[in-house]
Design a protein around this ligand. Structure first.
Ligand SMILES: Nc1ncnc2c1ncn2[C@@H]1O[C@H](COP(=O)(O)OP(=O)(O)OP(=O)(O)O)[C@@H](O)[C@H]1O
Length: 644
């Protein structure tokens, strides 16, 4: 059918077929002609030409009030002075049906819409959602063949609308009436309808199920109207779509030489951080730390200043090492069994301990940019190391002196928490990993780097690697963290932890074999010498597992996505662009913005030579931040080619 209003063509040769029992939606922007179409179906409007048939019967010959069709108005059009049940009964009364039948049908439909308890109320005594139910009840009580709904949910607030969407679907299913809904809200159409006709400028652009519309848009309008999309305009070639200024983009096969659009959904975009250059090694450490701190409710974007220089990178490395040492020390303290030794240790801690802890904190600030610590001018790494060494030496020498215990232990009371707080999370992360059953693991945040893994830098990574080795996180999650760290100092920590854990496992296995006669166990619990003993053990390659570190390294390499390896290879790759294109994706861009809502991170990118932005989306929190340079790619099979 077609319908013109003067110069305006409201409907332009529209042809549609709607199945019995379908929930069908007419979706399109304002003015596209959907209401005109609905009014023609209802009989309030006549087309200029064309036909409307219901089961073969020409509806245009039947006046509106005699068509087996009902229209539910946007405004609900309830009679304010009538009760809910009278409003619903009104149409049946006009048909002069027997009172008993009217009573039964009204009661039945009140039950269906869940308003039996409100039968005697007037419309003004109802909520918006309840009024909408009354309007629906009134529309279905006459048992029409077709129910037309004009923007049925637009008067409701967001929360009620979501509830009513479910309700409408349930109702339609229950009463089995064919529903045709008009809406300009694509989410509403997508969530309600079995099939949708997308309209634009008086024409039907595409009729399909929601998923097909999303996955296989057939016109440029549908591709951009339904959901977010990245659209590239170019010419089809053998190797993909050639776009002026951008080059060859991965695309499905098409007719060579034809002009076409390529549509790539944000969630199909693959981003690969372009490998950090050497001077950005400290950034890599920050990234690794961010990744280990992934939480559901926040995108860690590493706000704050970042160390950019080689000195800062070296400083970060030292800070990691110093912190690891301090941790080993405090761990050995926490293992102390002997009260005397423990007291001696307590005394050993003095104001210098507090200073050294403070020093370590400052160093840590260079790495923990997201907590707002400003990296100061690069400092030599020695003080942190020295501080630790001093503390250790003092711990040993001071074990006999207890005379001025009081004053010093007071000082200790202030300084201890700084050390203890840092040591605990690490200890927890490791000790939790062991008793967990598989079932417990499944319930927990499976595959994610543990958020509670530590307080920063190398400790996080240690916890992640250990957790992966005990099956608490997936190798993939671990690889993600590790891959971000390979350029930085943290890789060193990985190697240490792997060696340490394998040696530990080996020692445990040996101990078990020997019925826990356990010199190793003794070493672990020996308060003062424990750390040293552990370190020595860790550095000795365990014969049974001599090849294990290699195996782990291979696994990590395999788990790192190919495109990331490509990115890492970039700086040393002589073949340059071609290899890059294959592994990383064809475009280079810069992250402009990252926002998080609906459980998804939405990443906005700027690509030189491309008008507008490129959008990428990823489930959970993204590990990129504004300013990051990335390679942008996608699989040809995930993109849709649309004739221009
Ligand atoms: N009675 C009329 N007289 C003149 N023009 C009309 C009339 N009815 C509709 N139009 C025009 O026809 C076109 C289609 O209108 P229609 O109401 O069908 O669009 P719509 O998609 O339902 O828009 P909306 O979502 O804003 O209701 C519009 O340009 C509108 O201005």
């Amino acid at each position: 059918m077609s319908r013109r209003f003067g110069e305006v063509t409201a409907l332009d040769s529209v042809s549609l077929e709607i199945q019995q029992g379908e929930f069908f939606a007419l979706l399109g922007p304002s003015g596209c002609g959907k209401t005109t179409l609905l009014r023609i179906l209802a009989g309030f409007e006549q087309p200029d030409d064309g036909a409307v048939r219901l089961d073969g019967e020409d509806l245009l010959q039947i006046p509106a009030h005699r068509r087996p069709i009902n229209l539910m108005f946007q405004s609900y059009a309830l009679f304010p002075h009538m009760t809910v049940e009278r409003n619903i009964a009104y149409g049946l009364e006009r048909e002069k049906l027997p009172k008993k039948e009217i009573g039964e049908r009204v009661a039945e439909v009140l039950e269906t819409v869940g308003l039996s308890a409100h039968a005697r109320r007037k419309p003004h005594q109802l909520s918006g959602g309840q009024r909408q139910r009354v309007a629906l009840a009134r529309a279905i009580v006459k048992r029409p063949r077709l129910l037309l709904l004009d923007e049925p949910l637009s008067a409701l607030d967001k929360k009620v609308r979501a509830e009513m969407q479910l309700e409408l679907k349930r109702l339609q299913h229950e009463v089995g009436i064919t529903f045709v809904v008009v809406t300009h809200d694509q989410e509403e159409a997508m969530s309600l309808a079995d099939r949708i006709a997308v309209m634009q400028g008086g024409k039907v652009e595409q009729v399909d199920a929601p998923i097909a519309l999303y996955d296989q848009p057939r016109t440029p309008f549908v591709a951009s109207f339904i959901g977010a999309n990245n659209i590239f305009s170019g010419k089809v070639t053998e190797g993909g779509l050639h776009v002026d200024g951008l080059g060859l983009l991965p695309a499905p096969k098409g007719a060579d030489g034809d002009a076409a659009l390529l549509a790539v959904r944000p969630e199909n975009i693959r981003l690969t951080q372009i490998a950090p250059k050497e001077e950005d090694a400290a950034d890599a450490a920050v990234e690794a730390k961010d990744a280990a701190e992934v939480t559901d409710d926040a995108v860690t974007t590493g706000e704050g200043a970042e160390p950019k220089t080689e000195e800062a990178a070296a400083e970060a490395a030292e800070a990691v090492e110093a912190k690891a040492d301090a941790e080993a020390e405090s761990k050995s303290e926490s293992d102390a069994e002997s009260r005397d030794e423990s007291e001696a240790k307590d005394e050993a801690k003095s104001e210098e301990t507090a200073e050294s802890a403070a020093e370590a904190e400052v160093k840590e600030g260079a790495v923990r940019t997201d907590e707002g610590a400003e990296p100061k001018a690069p400092k030599p790494a020695e003080p942190a190391v020295e501080a630790k060494t001093d503390t250790e030496a003092e711990a040993e020498s001071k074990s006999e002196s207890d005379a001025e215990a009081k004053d010093e232990s007071e000082a200790e009371a202030d300084s201890e928490p700084a050390v203890a707080d840092e040591a605990e999370p690490q200890g927890d992360a490791v000790s939790e990993a062991e008793p967990k059953t598989e079932a417990e693991d499944a319930d927990s945040t499976e595959g994610e780097a543990p958020a509670e893994a530590g307080t920063g830098d190398g400790e996080d990574l240690r916890a992640v690697v250990k957790s992966a080795m005990t099956g608490e996180v997936t190798a993939e999650a671990m690889a993600e963290v590790v891959s971000k760290a390979v350029a930085g100092v943290v890789a060193k920590v990985v190697a240490e932890v792997v060696t340490e854990v394998l040696a530990d496992n080996n020692a445990k296995a040996k101990a078990e074999e020997r019925d826990e006669t356990a010199p190793e166990t003794g070493a672990e619990t020996a308060p003062e010498t424990g750390a040293a003993a552990e370190t020595e053990t860790a550095q000795e390659p365990a014969p049974e597992t001599a090849d294990a570190p290699e195996t782990v390294a291979e696994t990590v390499a395999e788990a790192v996505p190919a495109q990331e390896q490509g990115a890492v290879a970039e700086s040393g790759n002589e073949n340059g662009a071609d290899a890059e294109r294959e592994t990383e994706g064809p475009l280079r861009g810069t992250v402009v913005d990252v926002s998080f809502y609906g459980g998804t991170s939405h990443i906005v990118l700027r690509v030189e030579g491309h008008e507008g932005h490129v959008l990428a989306a990823t489930q959970g929190s993204a590990r990129v931040k504004p300013g990051t340079e990335v390679a942008i790619g996608w699989d040809a099979a995930d993109a849709v080619l649309i004739p221009a």
